[in-house]
Design a protein around this ligand. Structure first.
Ligand SMILES: [Zn+2]
Ligand SMILES: [Zn+2]
Length: 396
């Protein structure tokens, strides 16, 4: 493990380590789906009150917040942790596996809450010593939509006005003892789409009397593969995936309609607009060619997550000091993360915290029923998070 720099006494560190592991395991045993985090909320509110935080209150229906106020006035740093689990049946074989059937902390948000509470405890213990304040936000419904917006609507960015937003995601990919952080776009904006193609049904043996929606859908899917490859600049990141196809009744009936569902991912509004415009033009053109009609619906649930260049450089620099230069990755992804909603409002940085440990056989995949992480990442998260918060509190 890296040095235990800012936490003064070994016994204090060990006691904190035991508490955050116990906290994480309790959340892991009792996972709750998006917008249903009632028990989780209760546990967090109780803990924040015990720690003596101010402005402890429920937010965003099933979320929670609290403030650690330093001895002197200064900047305000917001630390965000998400709370929700997934509709995944746990198959991890952990002794503290989920007790709720078909619900599991398979993305690691249990660890985010444990690290958040560990940070709140460490900061509350030294609040007289620092200037400024730290707002903790426990956000519901990251895996669904609207959790981040609901927290902001409940005023977490104001009173005191937040200067910088920080947070982390545990990573089953990044090795323990390292991070992944980069300036600029780090997660993509996700746009869900649905294309409904209407043809004309009929007997499979009389295709000339019909408009086969399955054939049209097949051409649409193939033509859509050119949206990214032919209409987006090679230097811009973009994804278009058709993940679901439905249509038809049986093998000897020509389908009257077919539906395609998919996702578009982009880092910028202009690229998203290009992807949507070309998708619609291609669907319209192909459908017209075959005499079919269509509907095209889409919804973008959150913005891209864009890290502030200066604050990302600060996180990287702290990471080099704490983990070592060869332990810092800089690999943005086209995944989605609604922390981007906070980072649209305030400068800040979000990063991946390594928790993979192949030497111990800990090599999970996010959202998988067998998802696992190395719990040594919890204390590392608290220590490194503390460095970041203290560094940002004293920044000019
Ligand atoms: Zn997830
Ligand atoms: Zn997640």
């Amino acid at each position: 493990m890296a040095n235990v720099g800012r936490l003064p006494i070994r016994s204090e560190v060990e006691a904190l380590h035991e508490r955050i592991v116990a906290t994480r395991r309790d959340f892991h045993e009792h996972p709750e789906l998006s917008w249903q985090e009632q028990r989780t909320q209760r546990v967090i509110l109780e803990r924040l009150r015990e720690l003596g935080l101010s402005d402890v209150r429920p937010i965003a229906k099933t979320g929670a917040t609290g403030l650690v106020e330093g001895g002197k006035k200064g900047r305000c740093i917001l630390w965000r942790a998400d709370m929700d689990a997934l509709p995944v049946p746990e198959k991890s074989a952990l002794p503290f596996a989920s007790k709720t059937p078909d619900v599991m902390h398979a993305c690691g948000h249990d660890t985010h809450m444990a690290i958040g509470l560990g940070l709140a405890e460490a900061l509350a213990a030294r609040k007289e010593k620092f200037a400024g304040s730290v707002r903790f936000v426990f956000q519901p419904a990251e895996e669904a939509a609207g959790g981040a917006q609901a927290c902001i609507a409940d005023g977490v960015l104001d009173a005191p006005k937040v200067d910088v937003v920080l947070g982390l995601h545990i990573s089953a990919d990044v090795p323990l003892g390292g991070i992944n952080v980069a300036p600029g776009p780090f997660f993509a904006a996700p746009t869900a789409f649905r294309i409904t193609i209407e043809g004309r049904g009929g007997h499979a043996a009389a295709p000339h009397q019909s408009i086969d929606a399955v054939v049209v859908a097949a051409h649409v899917i193939t033509a859509l593969q050119t949206v990214v490859s032919r209409s987006v600049a090679p230097s811009d990141a973009a994804v278009l995936t058709v993940g679901k196809v439905t249509g038809g009744f049986r093998g000897n009936v020509i389908a009257e309609s077919a539906t395609l569902a998919g996702t578009i991912r982009s880092y910028t509004d202009p690229v998203r607009e290009t992807l949507l415009r070309r998708t619609e033009e291609i669907v319209a053109g192909v459908c017209a060619a075959f005499g079919a009609t269509f509907e095209f619906d889409h919804q973008t649930s959150c913005p891209p997550l864009v890290n502030d260049p200066a604050i990302a450089a600060f996180v990287r620099e702290q990471g080099v000091g704490y983990f070592g230069a060869n332990k810092i990755l800089a690999a943005p992804s086209m995944g989605a993360e609604d922390m981007g909603v906070f980072l649209e409002q305030r400068p800040g940085c979000y990063f991946w915290l390594g928790a993979r440990n192949e030497a111990k056989g800990i090599a999970g995949r996010h959202h998988d029923p067998a998802f696992v992480i190395d719990e040594d990442a919890l204390l590392i998260g608290v220590e490194f998070g503390l460095r970041l918060i203290e560094g940002q509190l004293s920044a000019k």
